[in-house]
Design a protein around this ligand. Sequence first.
Ligand SMILES: Cc1ncc(COP(=O)(O)O)c(C=O)c1O
Length: 455
Amino acid sequence: MAKITTIFSLKNLFVLSVALNVSLILKVFYQSEKQVPVGVSTEEQKASLTADSGYQKEADVNQKTIQSLSTSSSSATISLAEIEDGGERIINLDHGDPTMYEKYWKQMGERTTIVIPGWQSMSYFSDVKNLCWFLEPEFGKQVVRLHKVVGNAETDGRHIVVGTGSSQLYLAALFALSPANASQPMSVVSAAPYYSSYPSMTDCLKSGLYKWAGDARSFNQDSPYIELVTSPNNPDGFVRHSMVNKTGGTLIHDLAYYWPQYTPISSPADNDLTLFTVSKTTGHAGTRIGWALVKDPQVARKMTKFIELNTIGVSKDSQLRAAKVLKVVADSCEKTRTSSSSEYNESFFQFSYRVMDQRWQQLREVVNSSSVFSLPDFPPDFCHYHGQVLEPRPAFAWLKCERELQDCESFLRGHKLLTRGGRHFGVEPKHVRISMLDRDDNFRLFLKRLSMVQP
Ligand SMILES: Cc1ncc(COP(=O)(O)O)c(C=O)c1O
């Protein structure tokens, strides 16, 4: 220290300290203004906001919200305890971007790396003998294997149709299940609260084949209909069954979240048409791969035709990547079950259930510490995958603003918390949907911010 003071006078040290503090303050200010990691452009932010909503309009609204929040100060009081982020950072848990899983895949290192030489995957065709001629055999194989390992869906006697996300397969299913020559478009319903993208996806092209007809609970027409059964449900996390129960109905089961990190696996799903997606299974939303398990070959053929007309198949590169990821997941499950000195410390689903469990416990603690909010309770059930009775740990928290607070989304926006309000899901705005799948640091900050919120 004596040496240092001979080189730097006290005056020098003081100037240096002021400079360091100013640069730190500028850095915090810059980050809170930008709200994105260095190197991410505004266009990339915009694209990230479309995830889960699927619609640019909604993304534009969010983008404007972010801009206005970044430039005007909120009326809400932010506590000094939030010094870590200055209380200024906008926490966006509006969309269901599954970035939580990056941590596991980083730990897996090179296990999921694939190399595709320039000459490979060039043809349009993957397997001309298969009804779904663009299905990569390795992807189909790993889908069947993973369902068997997890026990969440029957695959025997099913055709696998691969799609660019399960979003494309949803549209393919509507096309396949609606008669081509009916006098009226087929009604499409789902019990509210329903996944916010269903209405806009159904009606975006104003098809003459089908049209959105709203809440399945209030559907009282005698004409044929398609009912979407999402289980566990997005946004509220509850296990669901068909609600309409009339003749002339066809069901599409959207089981995006029927995996052991979100809900106990009670039995293998045995439906006519079931949709799954890697987006929510492993977190690889950007790979854009989903699959349908379809009993009726005519329906599978029509779905395949729809995808052929849309995109002439599905990216082989993405299918190969998804196959590799599913393979590592299935390996991790099998090897942690059979060997004590496994190369895997824990299976993918052990890791992801552990994280979800911890997050839900933390969230409940914060919510229960005041009377501002409430959360739904879920009955525990035996999970055949984990081999024990467990509580569901949904991918979204369906948070209710209590007392006189009517518009929960606006209320939380005042605290710089972006969530998706009940109206998007066909119900009143006292509820909001909050993603539980964001990165650790964002989730931590969200809990901290929520714990400061006063009515
Ligand atoms: C219930 C449900 N179905 C389908 C999707 C869309 O999945 P994908 O990314 O495969 O298009 C989502 C995405 O959030 C979802 O929540």
